[in-house]
Write a new protein. Structure first.
Ligand code: SF4
Length: 385
């Protein structure tokens, strides 16, 4: 195992932030050369920092949109969505007055749709409580739906250069390695916030936060970090101990539950398909879908589809050929959708377990926002229909 020496500290996490630390936490704060860490990171950023579209803006609304999109999604996926979103909703006011369906349609394919619903609700709240101007005060920003401490810090530091630290997934990983943290990061959140605040360059918070995000995204990556190219390699305890690939420590996770779902593409005599709009509460709220539900123990897919459609929509159908099987993973479970063509037999469809139902043609279906797994069903209908 390689051992590398740590440079002497000019000022340290410990002596600058003792006031912030208490008890055990203070003992766990390492001795770090924070001036050298700041300077080396900012020099590296000036040389190789990413030129991202939202970094060309100081508009807190545009920065907020990018921060929310980036929460669960990679930069290259976000860029076209970001541009399209700002064309559709160029201001807080434009977003606030949009129909929710239009907002969800603009988000279609990005996943984690609560983010879009929260952006929409927050825009309405900004119109109502802040006269349409994005607030520049941390406590006010943190009352908006979908904005926690790190997102608020990211927005306010990028838009107004306020000295607020961030602690997103990338930053947690970098800091956990910097101090060779011996627990999963989510069990040391207070300590990592202290570190992030202690390291933040209060003269250049915008650049510093963007630099540390870039370090996590491009060099201190989850797998095979590129330590020889890292501006922090001289100070990094994981690298010094040659354990960078073992950190951060991960939580033990139970396998994801797997749900088998029967799904109906119900046709009427006019060649239209029945779709329903999910309830606002819960996963994928407000999105449209093909109706169906979970297969009960001992039940066939066909029997499940007939039962679910009777319970959810109050109609009788005949279940026909299988159209497609779609596997999809969400954050806490995965599903297998067994999708069948079905024929409407009798009864007037009712929105018993959903917000709305509609008969639509395949040509018109693109107007409606669908979850990703359902988009595959539409593609299959187009190919095989
Ligand atoms: S030296 Fe390696 S492990 Fe340490 S911060 Fe840099 S990239 Fe991450």
């Amino acid at each position: 195992m390689t051992t590398r020496s740590v440079q002497p500290a000019t000022s340290t996490i410990k002596n600058q932030h003792q006031a912030l630390s208490t008890g055990d936490d203070r003992d766990r704060l390492p001795l770090l050369a924070i001036d050298a860490l700041r300077q080396s990171l900012l020099s590296w950023y000036a040389e190789v920092g990413r030129d991202l579209p939202w970094r060309q803006s100081r508009d807190p609304y545009a920065i907020w949109v990018s921060e929310i999109m980036l929460q669960q999604t990679q930069v290259k996926t976000v860029i076209p969505y970001y541009h399209r979103w700002l064309t559709l909703f160029p201001t807080v006011a434009a977003l606030a007055i949009a129909e929710q369906q239009q907002v969800l349609k603009a988000w279609e394919g990005l996943g984690y749709y609560a983010r879009a619903r929260n952006l929409h609700r927050a825009a309405q709240s900004i119109m109502q409580h802040h006269g349409g101007t994005f607030p520049d005060c941390l406590s006010a920003v943190m009352t908006l739906p979908g904005i926690g401490r790190t997102t608020a810090g990211g927005i306010l530091s990028a838009a107004f250069d306020q000295p607020l630290a961030i602690l997103d997934g990338n930053v947690k990983r970098v800091l956990a390695r910097l101090i060779a943290l011996q627990t999963p990061p989510n069990r040391a959140i207070a300590l990592l916030w202290q570190l992030s605040e202690a390291l933040l360059d209060r003269q250049q918070p915008r650049n510093f936060n963007q630099a540390i995000m870039d370090l996590g995204a491009t060099v201190c990556t989850p797998h095979q970090p590129r330590c020889p190219q890292c501006p922090w390699k001289m100070h990094c305890q994981a690298y010094n101990q040659d354990i960078q690939s073992k950190l951060p420590m991960s939580e033990l996770r139970a396998p994801l539950p797997h749900k088998i779902i029967g799904v109906a593409v119900i046709w009427n005599d006019q060649g239209q398909i029945l779709i329903d709009r999910r309830r606002q509460e819960g996963l994928l709220g407000g999105l449209w879908e093909f109706p169906g539900g979970k297969v009960e123990p001992g039940e066939t897919i066909e029997a499940c589809i007939q039962r679910e459609i009777r319970e959810e929509l109050g109609i009788e159908i005949a279940v026909g050929d299988r159209l497609i099987v779609v596997d999809h993973a969400y954050s806490h479970f995965r599903v297998t959708l067994n999708v069948h063509h079905c024929r409407h037999l009798n009864g007037e469809p009712q929105a018993i377990e959903c917000d709305e139902i509609r008969w639509v043609t395949l040509a018109d279906i693109d107007q409606y926002p669908f979850p990703k797994a359902n988009v595959q069903i539409i593609e299959a209908l187009r190919q095989k229909g």
